[in-house]
Write a protein of this length. Structure first.
Length: 510
């Protein structure tokens, strides 16, 4: 059997009438599409299986794919003919890949893991270039930090006076990634007659190798691009080093900077850029198919909420995965019924299966979602009774433990450390805070196979935040101490992480 695009040109039809598929064989585009959904769910489960391997970015990326692509998948699998299913699936795959080169690379990688080829998938027609806003002004793109870009930033902004507004370093699987936001003054004239808002540089670092940061030494920055990576000096003694880094100026006056003026000469007019193709062909879905698609879509959006670090530990990723695991093949099987009432019955049974798998932990979720999605309040009789019978669903959460409880904890592993400085932007004031994610072992020593759990610890208005690379190396016993000035210190790895604060608020996942 020919794999799609391996021996036939794209859009060339074989004897069976399907692009790139030999006569008598099932279309492969549909198989790839549903396999990508199931691969997303597998990735999500693996990245959330244990707090010691919790990977927010992998979970976010795998769930985010289905924000725009869940309904195209359902339209594809419910087409009335094999040829229609294949054409819709091909259109859905091309639409999915059109969201950027990173999305396309993810698709190729996950399809290959599932045993499929997407070599036929076209690359973007034009490389990414800066866009223009509604006024036609060129906008700053995301660019890799190179020696040239470092020089451009130093020319356009007063980096010696830059201030760290936000720093986050976290484990992404076994890798350390980082995020840094610098508030910077412009070196170029705005000439607007009004005081412009402060610009910021939003920086993302991959494979962080060194961290030295002290919030008392957070003024001044310098970028250094070297053969083995990128370093950003912070203050007099601080630094972040990583294998690579991207930067985007968040600056509404960027078009007046030297870099912006250069980009303006090569960026096509707003109405002259090639428009992105519209969404894939829409098919007609029955009520139950709509309900199933909407439930799956909402499940992926809820999983994607891990992108908010402060609430990531609250997202029931594994509970949702347990309900929807294998959804791709199940949706394909339900959509394969050609008789409409049988197809609708199959989707109803699929929803019932998902709800049963969710059990008491997701009873409230399904009870809330189904009336909204299916417009049938009693779509699953007894579901609300099941939710009401679950006392944990209505019980108030247990009080979160204080710092002293953490000091009694066994060895823990730091997964995320984040600091945000107090600042005002767009007339909105933000208070300073620190946030850490800790992987905690099972409460019972007699159950070593139970996964470690994730706990978030938030400190309001920290007086000082210090972080060094050693804080992420292995496990450590957390300590909470009070110094002679009555200031509390949250410590890991002999002070490699040291958060000094007069007040700490703690949150533990439900």
């Amino acid at each position: 059997m020919h794999r799609l695009g391996t021996s036939l040109p794209r859009r060339r039809f074989s004897a069976g009438g399907l692009p790139g598929v030999a006569a008598g064989h099932p279309p492969s585009a549909v198989a790839v599409l549903v396999a990508l959904l199931d691969r997303s769910l597998v990735q999500i489960a693996a990245a959330a299986a244990d707090a010691r391997c919790f990977d927010r970015e992998t979970i976010r990326v795998a769930a985010d794919v289905w924000d725009n692509n869940t309904f195209p998948l359902f339209w594809a699998v419910t087409a009335g003919t094999r040829g229609g299913r294949e054409r819709r699936a091909m259109a859905a795959l091309e639409w999915m890949a059109g969201f950027g080169e990173e999305r396309r690379a993810w698709m190729l990688e996950q399809a290959s893991v599932a045993g499929h080829s997407l070599d036929w998938l076209p690359a973007p027609a034009t490389p990414y270039a800066p866009g223009r806003d509604y006024l036609g002004r060129v906008m700053a793109p995301v660019t890799a930090v190179t020696a040239q870009i470092a020089g451009s930033l130093a020319a356009d902004y007063d980096l010696p006076s830059a201030e760290v507004r936000h720093l986050r370093v976290e484990r992404a699987g076994n890798r350390l990634d980082g995020a840094l936001v610098l508030a910077v003054a412009r070196s170029y004239s705005v000439d607007d007659g009004t005081a412009p808002d402060t610009a910021t540089l939003d920086i993302r670092l991959r494979d962080v190798t060194e961290i030295r940061f002290d919030s008392h030494d957070a003024r001044g920055a310098a970028f250094r691009a070297e053969p083995d990576g990128v370093s950003i000096d912070l203050g007099a003694r601080g630094a972040l080093s990583a294998a690579s880094a991207d930067v985007r100026p968040d600056d509404r006056w960027w078009h007046l900077s030297a870099a912006g003026r250069r980009a303006d000469t090569s960026t096509p007019p707003r109405d002259g850029r090639p428009s992105r193709a519209g969404s894939p062909q829409r098919g007609r879905l029955g009520d139950n198919a709509v309900a199933a698609a909407t439930l799956l879509h909402r499940a992926m959006l809820d999983i994607r909420m891990v992108r908010y670090a402060e609430d990531a530990h609250r997202v029931p990723v594994l509970d949702i995965h347990a309900a929807f695991a294998g959804a791709g093949e199940a949706v394909l099987a339900a959509g394969a019924h050609l008789v409409p009432h049988r197809r609708e019955a199959a989707f109803r049974r699929l929803i019932e299966t998902w709800a049963r798998r969710g059990g008491p932990d997701l009873a409230d979720w399904f009870a809330a979602m189904l009336p909204e999605t299916a417009h049938q309040p009693e779509f699953l009789p007894g579901l609300r009774d099941q939710a009401r019978a679950n006392p944990a669903a209505d019980a108030p959460p247990a009080p979160a433990p204080g710092p002293s409880a953490l000091s009694d904890a066994p060895q823990v592993e730091l997964r995320l450390a984040s600091f945000s400085a107090a600042h005002t932007r767009y007339d909105t004031s933000q208070s300073a805070f620190a946030l850490v994610h800790l992987a905690l072992p099972p409460r019972s020593e007699s159950a070593p196979d139970i996964p470690w759990r994730l706990r978030a610890v938030r400190g309001a208005d920290p007086a000082r935040f210090r972080l060094q690379t050693e804080a992420f190396r292995g496990t450590s016993r957390p300590l909470v101490t009070v110094d002679d000035n009555a200031a509390r210190h949250f410590l890991l790895h002999d002070g490699a992480l040291d958060i000094t604060s007069a007040e700490n608020r703690h949150h533990e996942p439900s």
